[in-house]
Every structure is written in structure tokens, then in C-alpha cells.
Design a protein around this ligand. Structure first.
Ligand SMILES: NC(=O)c1ccc[n+]([C@@H]2O[C@H](COP(=O)([O-])OP(=O)(O)OC[C@H]3O[C@@H](n4cnc5c(N)ncnc54)[C@H](O)[C@@H]3O)[C@@H](O)[C@H]2O)c1
Length: 336
């Protein structure tokens, strides 16, 4: 098996590549543009692994992608590469349209041309929109994205479906809930809370913090992707979720208690426009049809993750500089 992983220098992609190299003898090529969110330090411990190769490039660059496919015999593609932060998509949607939609189309065309055996699109539960206080997203829930980010991911999902229906490309789609774990860019909730708490900076909380997310440890997501890649039925969608729904404010308080900091750091800010109230995944299909199950307990994985950020301050100190500071200041306006 020679896997092309795109976006492998980001949070989930880097965890996935390391997971695959540990679990299999597959060859992995990582194609990543190294945007602000891509960081080769995430992969420093495997850079000399003979089963692994890094290629810098843009999935939306047709020529570069075709050159890569023609020079390699890829068996399967796992597409993580994306602009992934909702707040940034509210500021400017165009990079999302380019990477998430046009980039996916370029990869689909190359996969068709070079007769790839499996194309797995890593999607998100955010394509389903928002839930009220009860119910779950199933694979049959209507797509109703509310942010430019989730609309771009939903568009990519529809393109994937169309390439399966029209061209017979063996496409699989996974839609996962919110991930947490090491190497997540510190603009995202959990690393943002830990790093701000360590630095005694205010912790911005949208609205009153009552939004609910369904959290999953990143390695459970990675195992789900591998499971769908190996055993999923082409043309099908598989939801992956952590069975752990928590109000944002409750999660933030849990983190503050692990870091041993006071709740007084919490600073309520104006709510995000179009902020989804609640996500909750029903993962019965992947469990019953493919035999996937959660391996990690939420609380202990959360504590382990918070400790990772405490022990790896060098990693996020470097990341939390330059372009990120400008973005953060502009968006929240409360940096110290
Ligand atoms: N983080 C979550 O909770 C979550 C949940 C469900 C699904 N997802 C999906 O998983 C994927 C990965 O998410 P993440 O949180 O690791 O994101 P991330 O922002 O940490 O990483 C994205 C990676 O993609 C790369 N990239 C961006 N545009 C590119 C392009 N045009 N060409 C090549 N590389 C490009 C970046 O350099 C970066 O390395 C995304 O598709 C996202 O929609 C994320």
C-alpha cells in the first residue's frame, strides 16, 4: 500500500501519519502546502523513516498534483488538506473555496486518471449544520452548513459523491466530530485555553459558552479513518464521533482545573456570527458495519492532552507568534 496523505503537516494529518507508520508497513507520502497551520515539527520524529516522504505542494495546483501522481504508484488517497478554522472563513472565505473545493476536485481528477483504489475524504460533522438540544447527526441528515468553512467542506463532499456516481471513483467520506490531542494549532479551543491559561492571558469564550460539541480523541479518529479506508464500502459516508457532548464553558473549566488556574481568566466575547449551537454524532454505522469502537476515555485523554501542551511549550510558543498574533488581535481584540 502506498498512501498519499494530504495536509499531513497539520493537526490530525500528522497524528494520522504517525499512527499509520506505527500500525502498518505502508508507504506514506505527505503532500502539504505548509500554510500557517502546517508545521513540519509535528513530524520531526519520523522525518528519517524510510516508509515516509514529505512533498511540499498545493492540492489545488493541477500540474504539481499530476506530476506527483505520475511519479508514484499511489494505492489510496486520504485528503486532510484544508483550510480548517471557522473564524478565518468568516473573515475571508476565498482560501477555503480554493483549498477545500478546488483542491479536492484536482485530487479527484488525478485519482481518476491514475486509477487509485480508494479515495477517502476527511470531512466534518459541521456539514450537517446545528442541532437543538436533542437528536443526533446520522449519515442521512440533510447537509445544512452554516459557516463558509462548513459550506466548503459540504461542497467537497458533494463533489466526492458526484465522482463516485458519475465516474465510479471508489470514494469514501468520513464525517467526524471535534478532535483534541497533541499538535493542534493554538487557535483552536483546547490548545488556546491551555496556552492562554499557562500565560495568564484572558480566555475568550463566545456568547455565554453554552454551545455543545461532541469531542473525540484524535487517535480514535485516526483509527476510524484507517478502518473506513480498509473496510468501508465505496460511495458510503461514515460518521465518526466521541459520544462525549460537553458545553464549551464546562470544558474550559475542566481544563483550567487541570492547569490549576482560576476561572477568572474566562472572558466572554461577542458570539461568533452563525455560531452552531450543538453537534452530536451518531456513530452506529461505523460501529456496527465496520467494527470500529472508541479506545480512549474522554477524561483521561483530555488530561493527557492538557499535560502534553504543558510539557511542550516550546512547540506552541513558536507557533503562537508572527502571523498568528496579528490574526488573534484582529479577531478577539483582547490580547495582552
Ligand atoms: N480538527 C477537527 O476537529 C476536525 C474534525 C473533523 C474533520 N476535520 C477535517 O480534518 C482535516 C484536518 O483538520 P486539522 O484540524 O488537522 O487541520 P489543520 O488546519 O491543523 O491542518 C490542515 C493542513 O492542511 C494543509 N493545507 C491547507 N491547504 C492546503 C493546500 N491547498 N494544499 C496542501 N495542503 C494544504 C495545511 O498546511 C495543514 O498542514 C480537515 O479537512 C478538516 O476539515 C477536522
Amino acid at each position: 500500500m502506498h498512501l498519499l496523505v494530504t495536509g499531513g503537516a497539520g493537526f490530525i494529518g500528522s497524528n494520522f501519519i504517525k499512527y499509520i507508520l506505527e500500525e502498518t508497513d505502508w508507504q506514506v507520502t505527505n503532500l502539504d502546502k505548509l500554510t500557517y497551520a502546517g508545521n513540519l515539527e509535528n513530524l520531526a520524529d519520523i522525518q528519517d523513516n524510510t516508509h515516509y516522504k514529505f512533498v511540499r505542494g498545493d492540492i489545488a495546483d493541477n500540474q504539481a498534483v499530476n506530476n506527483l501522481f505520475s511519479g508514484n504508484k499511489f494505492t489510496a488517497v486520504v485528503n486532510f488538506a484544508a483550510e480548517s478554522h471557522v473564524d478565518r472563513s468568516i473573515q475571508d472565505a476565498s482560501p477555503f473555496i480554493n483549498a477545500n473545493i478546488a483542491g479536492t476536485q484536482v485530487l479527484l481528477d488525478a485519482s481518476l486518471k491514475y486509477k487509485i483504489d480508494r479515495f477517502l475524504q476527511v470531512s466534518t460533522d459541521e456539514v450537517y449544520g446545528s442541532l437543538e438540544d436533542d437528536g443526533f447527526f446520522t449519515e442521512d441528515t440533510t447537509l445544512a452548513p452554516n459557516s463558509p468553512y462548513s459550506a466548503s467542506k459540504a461542497s467537497a463532499d458533494l463533489l466526492c459523491r458526484a465522482y463516485y456516481k458519475t465516474h465510479g471513483l471508489p470514494v469514501l467520506i468520513t464525517r467526524c466530530s471535534n478532535n483534541f490531542g497533541p499538535y493542534q494549532f493554538p487557535e483552536k479551543l483546547i490548545p488556546l485555553v491551555v496556552s492562554n491559561a499557562i500565560e495568564d492571558k484572558p480566555i475568550p469564550v463566545y456568547g455565554s459558552g453554552i454551545n455543545i460539541r461532541d469531542w473525540i480523541y484524535v487517535l480514535d479518529h485516526c483509527a476510524g479513518i484507517k478502518c473506513v479506508l480498509e473496510r468501508g464500502v465505496p460511495g458510503e459516508v461514515y460518521n465518526i464521533g466521541g459520544d462525549t457532548q460537553i458545553h464549551n464553558i464546562e470544558l474550559i473549566k475542566m481544563i483550567l482545573s487541570v492547569v490549576n488556574k482560576s476561572d477568572s481568566l474566562i472572558t466572554y466575547v461577542k458570539d461568533r456570527p452563525g455560531h452552531d449551537h450543538r453537534y452530536a454524532i451518531d456513530p452506529q454505522k461505523i460501529k456496527s458495519q465496520l467494527g470500529w469502537n472508541l479506545q480512549y476515555n474522554f477524561k483521561s485523554a483530555l488530561i493527557k492532552t492538557v499535560k502534553w501542551y504543558i510539557d511542550n511549550q516550546d512547540w506552541w510558543n513558536k507557533v503562537k507568534s508572527g502571523e498568528y498574533i496579528n490574526y488573534y488581535q484582529k479577531w478577539y481584540g483582547i490580547i495582552k
